[in-house]
Design a protein around this ligand. Structure first.
Ligand SMILES: C[S@@+](CC[C@H](N)C(=O)[O-])C[C@H]1O[C@@H](n2cnc3c(N)ncnc32)[C@H](O)[C@@H]1O
Length: 327
């Protein structure tokens, strides 16, 4: 497997990425209320902990989506109808679900060029354990943000593309941001290319809340790791034990929200920012939105993005939808 790091290999880009991280943390911790983007969860340790989350009983998302992919795996090769295809995946993680899709193409003797894209280099190492190259499978991993990675894949191969955007990653974006990213995705695709996109559906609030607040505390460890990342990469002195993870469903927004709550009044110094940040007792840092969807929201987004919706596929519990769209 080739790994191209659009983020980490190039000194200039690495410096820019770190500068952006530093800038976002400085802005986010000065904002009222304090906020940090969820894309910063995924350093090496964050990606490893996320892999643990996908195996939790409470985290129904991965299990439900895997069930759907198993059900529909044979539909995709027939739809593509070519002897060679490019599968591009946005935010691939460890790729354990993607393996099912890729194998369905290989079983039908279709050559696959797989372009897994992830902001985290560690995701690619986890992926290597699940997906290995073979005679009909080339893997070209790209460590990059979603859109930069898509441009890279387009420049490197010209076959019909199927883009996978699984795991309800789209739920981390607000409606406006989702509309924008979907339009951008469409602008990179060509006529007849496909997008298979995962949406976590609105459901019982306890079920959703438990998925982001498991009883073993793995999700808490995942969220708190962001403070450790700031400590190690930016010279912060966060005392992780002075913060608590809380996940709540906001029914007005239709989103799970994750917070870290400061358990006491405290001051945190971040050396590389040359700044101190004051926290009141019980003050939150907002870390993540995970928007939940109705079927009509999915229909609206496909129209806003300019795609033709081919079909919605659900798991047996009707917890999750993978929606297949075409340009
Ligand atoms: C919630 S995990 C889902 C992983 C996988 N799709 C799944 O369904 O199991 C999100 C993944 O997207 C990656 N990611 C988050 N924001 C990203 C961005 N802006 N560009 C590229 N990758 C991103 C993370 O590193 C992580 O591996």
């Amino acid at each position: 497997m080739i790994i191209t790091k659009l983020i980490e290999d190039n000194d200039e880009l690495q410096t820019l990425t770190k500068l952006q991280f530093a800038k976002d943390i400085a802005i986010g911790l000065t904002a009222k209320p304090k906020i940090i983007s969820s894309k910063y969860f995924y350093d090496t340790k964050g990606s490893q902990i996320f892999q643990e989350i996908t195996k939790l009983e409470e985290y129904y998302l991965s299990r439900s989506e895997l069930e759907i992919l198993e059900k529909i795996k044979n539909i995709l090769p027939d739809l593509i109808g070519k002897s060679e295809v490019d599968i591009v995946e946005l935010g691939v993680g460890d790729g354990h679900k993607t393996r099912v899709i890729i194998n369905s193409f290989l079983d039908k003797n279709i050559k696959v060029n797989f372009f897994p894209i992830d902001i985290s280099a560690e995701a690619m190492h986890l992926l290597e354990k699940n997906i290995s190259e073979s005679k009909n499978l080339n893997v070209h991993a790209v460590v990059a943000e979603y859109i930069e990675g898509m441009h890279f894949a387009r420049e490197h191969s010209k076959n019909r593309q199927i883009v996978l955007f699984l795991g309800s990653n789209i739920g981390n974006f607000s409606k406006k941001e989702s509309q924008k990213i979907l339009k951008t995705i469409k602008s990179i695709l060509k006529k007849d290319d496909f997008l298979l996109i995962g949406f976590d559906l609105k459901k019982d609030i306890d079920l959703m809340t438990n998925a982001y607040s498991d009883h073993e505390g793995i999700t808490a460890k995942f969220n708190l790791n962001l403070l450790e990342r700031i400590n190690s990469e930016l010279g912060g002195d966060f005392e992780v034990l002075n913060f608590q993870h809380r996940a709540l469903y906001n029914p007005e927004l239709g989103a799970m929200e994750s917070y870290l709550i400061s358990l006491k009044e405290q001051v945190v110094t971040i050396r590389e920012l040359k700044k101190k940040f004051k926290f009141d007792a019980w003050e939150p840092i907002h870390l993540e939105y995970s928007f939940k969807f109705l079927e009509k929201d999915i229909q609206d987004l496909s129209i806003d993005g300019g795609f033709k919706r081919i079909s919605n596929f659900k798991d047996g519990n009707k917890y999750f939808i993978d929606s297949l769209w075409q340009v």
